[in-house]
Design a protein around this ligand. Structure first.
Ligand code: CTP
Length: 208
């Protein structure tokens, strides 16, 4: 398979030196890239800032913002059999980032945010018959109901759900749903083990 994987947490700039981001470590995305390479898949890896070292045998595109990640996904999507959106993409970005460093005035400061493009939703809408799209969801309550809604609304082939304690952790416990199948609850395991399972499930989906 040719797999397009995104990882890391995007940065949305308020001014040239300050940004809004999130606590994603990029571990799951890197684990997915390693797992895919290990079984012989070709990996195009689109990486937002992460404290992980991306595998050197992947083709790597470094990006910072949600907008740049969207451009990179659009550029490479048509060539891939499978897209796995493991990146923590910002849902909002400053509407009018300042061109020069914002000076403090001592007064409250309001930063207006505008929605970013939902890359996963775009991919679900534009995928061809022979392509599969896998999304992640981070849920704190009504986990299965909310994730299933995303699976359907974004036209995904698989959704992997975890809770916020997975952020930055070495181990995680995830639940996986494929349309028409029962929920699969994986026992708590290292992200490497979970990534291996996701990659093998993606392979099965493509060969059916
Ligand atoms: N994602 C994306 N583009 C965005 C935001 C998120 O492609 N602008 C992808 C992430 O890579 C991940 C999934 O969507 O695969 C995460 O969605 P999540 O943040 O859990 O849900 P949202 O659909 O953003 O809804 P909400 O934040 O309201 O739960």
């Amino acid at each position: 398979m040719r797999i397009l994987i995104t990882a890391g947490g995007t940065r949305e700039y308020i001014d040239p030196v300050r940004f809004i981001s999130n606590a994603s470590s990029g571990r799951m995305g890197c684990a997915l890239a390693r797992a895919a390479l290990k079984v012989g898949h070709e990996v195009m890896f689109i990486v937002a800032p992460t404290d992980q070292k991306p595998p050197s045998t992947a083709k790597i595109v470094n990006v910072e913002t949600a907008a740049r990640m969207f451009e990179a996904v659009k550029k490479h999507f048509s060539r891939c059999d499978c897209l796995i959106m493991a990146a923590a993409v910002a849902d909002y970005t400053p509407a009018r980032p300042a061109k020069t460093k914002i000076r403090k005035t001592g007064e409250p400061l309001t930063v207006e945010l505008k929605a970013t493009t939902d890359i996963l939703k775009w991919a679900g809408k534009h995928k061809k018959k022979n392509q599969i799209v896998i999304g992640f969801a981070l849920e704190d309550k009504n986990l299965r109901a909310r994730a299933e809604k995303k699976l359907n609304e974004k036209n995904l082939d698989m959704i992997v759900v975890n809770t916020s304690d997975a952020i930055g952790a070495e181990k995680s416990s995830v639940q996986i749903k494929i349309p028409g199948d029962e929920w699969l609850k994986l026992p708590r395991a290292s992200k490497a083990v979970i990534a291996g399972k996701i990659v093998s499930m993606a392979g099965s989906l493509l060969s059916t």
